[in-house]
Structures are given as structure tokens and as C-alpha cells.
Design a protein around this ligand. Structure first.
Ligand SMILES: NC(=O)c1ccc[n+]([C@@H]2O[C@H](COP(=O)([O-])OP(=O)(O)OC[C@H]3O[C@@H](n4cnc5c(N)ncnc54)[C@H](O)[C@@H]3O)[C@@H](O)[C@H]2O)c1
Length: 238
């Protein structure tokens, strides 16, 4: 595939390496220094775009890719308040879009374990649930998109939980997400259920960005030639 990279930061650079190793060609690398080159005409030179930028810029970039009629894989987090708008555009304009808060295969397995565990824990109200996420200090959004995905699934499955909050709380209807920032951490997520007598804890820890970048390239290969709105679930089929 001919790929446009939108965002040539930590993830963009890692995706470039994986894409080349899988015999794809990077035809465009857009970042803020050459943002004037991010045009419909240049995008049309590629088969797909892989977008990892910032919460503030992602939406506008998707729209530009749709104007060029190219499929988009995006991992940018923190823009999901506009997801329904994107869904509407993808469906009405017959576009192709796959977003995931986390492209790691391991994290997607972790999402399934979280879903299974939270369904069980709904029957045991003595346990209080809490999420902790740790990332590198340059991360712009908090909580992480992955922590939000985990929290939303728990809210779906545990009746007494109705929302999440990005601080420690004793409020029974809320899930607290504790966000920690430390140097050089690609991403650690822990879900802890604590009762007066014990603790059940599950953790996913990324060793590096390779798994995330590989998942994004594989997702691009999956959506190439397809139309519609996709998730990692469609692709991994766990
Ligand atoms: N879904 C996942 O698996 C996953 C994994 C890691 C990071 N992320 C998310 O992806 C995003 C990028 O992460 P990163 O670690 O590569 O960050 P980064 O800061 O290293 O890179 C982002 C790059 O985007 C560039 N940029 C900013 N505005 C732009 C624009 N309008 N057009 C093109 N480029 C622009 C920046 O200059 C920067 O180089 C973040 O939102 C992060 O949370 C998601």
C-alpha cells in the first residue's frame, strides 16, 4: 500500500519502520513543519492515511482525508466527543475509518478480559473498582483513551457505576481513573477491584511502541479496499 503518515512524532516514526518492513511505501509524511503540504491533492497519492497527531487536530485531518476519498486509520486520542459526527460522515459519504484507543493486540485481549471480569464483578458489590494508567510525561491528554475505553466497558457491565472521573473518589457511582505521568513509559493500565478482605488486579504493560505501531499497520491492511466504520474488534476477531 502507499501510505500517508499524518503526524510524524513518536508513533508516526515507529509506524514508518513497521510499514516499510511489511513492504509498504510511505508517500507522504505530514507534520507541523510541512503542514501546507497536507492537501487533498497530495493525499490522493496514497491508498490510505495513518493519523497519529493531537486531540485538537485529528478531526480536521480526517475530514481532509475524506475529501481525498482515502481510508483513515487513526490512533489519536482525546477527540471522541466528535465520534458521532465522524460516524455520520463516514456512513453518508461512503468513507472508510478505523479508530482505536489502542492498537496493541495485547491491549485488545486485555479489553476482553476487562469486559468478562466486570460482568462477574457486577454480582459482588463489596468490591470497589478503580483504574490506574501510567504514561510518559509528553502525553497531552489525561486520562488515556485506553483508560476511558476500559472505564466505559465497566460502566456498561456494573450497574452501580454510571460515570468515570479523572481523580480518586469515594463516590459509589463513579469509577476513579488515576493518571500518572513518568519518564519513558509507553503505557501501563491496571484495573483493581478491592474488597475489605482482598484485591483482584489485572495489568497490561507495553514494553515499547512496536506493538502499537504494528497493530496500526495491520489495521490499515485490513481496511484497505473496504468501506465503512471499523473497530479493532472487526479486525482481531477475539
Ligand atoms: N491508539 C494507540 O494505540 C496510540 C498509541 C500511542 C499514542 N496514541 C495517541 O496518538 C497521538 C500521537 O501520539 P505520539 O506519541 O506519536 O505523539 P507525538 O507528540 O510524539 O506526535 C504527534 C505529532 O503530530 C504532529 N502534529 C501536530 N499537529 C499536527 C497536524 N495538524 N498535522 C500533522 N501533524 C501534526 C506533532 O508535531 C507531532 O510530531 C496521541 O493522541 C496519543 O495519545 C495512540
Amino acid at each position: 500500500m502507499k501510505i500517508s503518515l499524518i503526524g510524524y512524532g513518536k508513533m508516526g516514526k515507529e509506524i514508518e519502520k513497521i510499514a516499510i518492513s511489511r513492504n509498504h511505501t510511505i508517500v507522504n509524511k505530514f507534520d507541523i513543519e510541512n503542514i501546507n503540504e497536507l492537501t487533498v491533492e497530495n493525499l490522493k497519492k496514497s491508498d490510505i492515511a495513518i493519523e497519529f497527531t493531537t486531540p485538537e487536530t485529528a478531526f480536521e485531518n480526517y475530514i481532509k482525508c475524506f475529501e481525498a476519498n482515502i481510508p483513515v486509520v487513526s490512533g489519536t486520542t482525546g477527540w471522541l466527543n466528535k465520534y458521532s459526527e465522524i460516524k455520520e460522515i463516514v456512513e453518508s459519504q461512503n468513507q472508510t475509518f478505523l479508530y482505536s484507543s489502542n492498537f496493541s493486540i495485547g491491549v485488545n485481549i486485555f479489553f476482553k478480559i476487562n469486559s468478562f471480569l466486570s460482568k462477574i464483578m457486577n454480582n459482588f458489590p463489596d468490591y470497589q473498582v478503580e483504574i490506574e494508567e501510567t504514561h510518559h510525561t509528553e502525553k497531552k491528554d489525561a486520562p488515556s483513551g485506553t483508560a476511558i475505553t476500559l472505564a466505559e466497558e465497566i460502566i456498561k457491565n456494573i450497574n452501580k457505576k454510571t460515570s468515570w472521573i479523572n481523580e480518586l473518589t469515594d463516590e459509589n457511582d463513579k469509577i476513579s481513573i488515576n493518571s500518572l505521568r513518568k519518564v519513558n513509559i509507553p503505557g501501563i493500565h491496571t484495573i483493581k477491584y478491592e474488597s475489605p478482605v482482598d484485591i483482584i488486579e489485572i495489568t497490561h504493560s507495553s514494553k515499547n511502541r512496536t506493538g502499537l505501531a504494528t497493530g496500526a499497520v495491520l489495521a490499515g491492511e485490513y481496511i484497505f479496499g473496504k468501506k465503512g466504520l471499523f473497530t479493532m474488534d472487526d479486525f482481531i476477531k477475539l
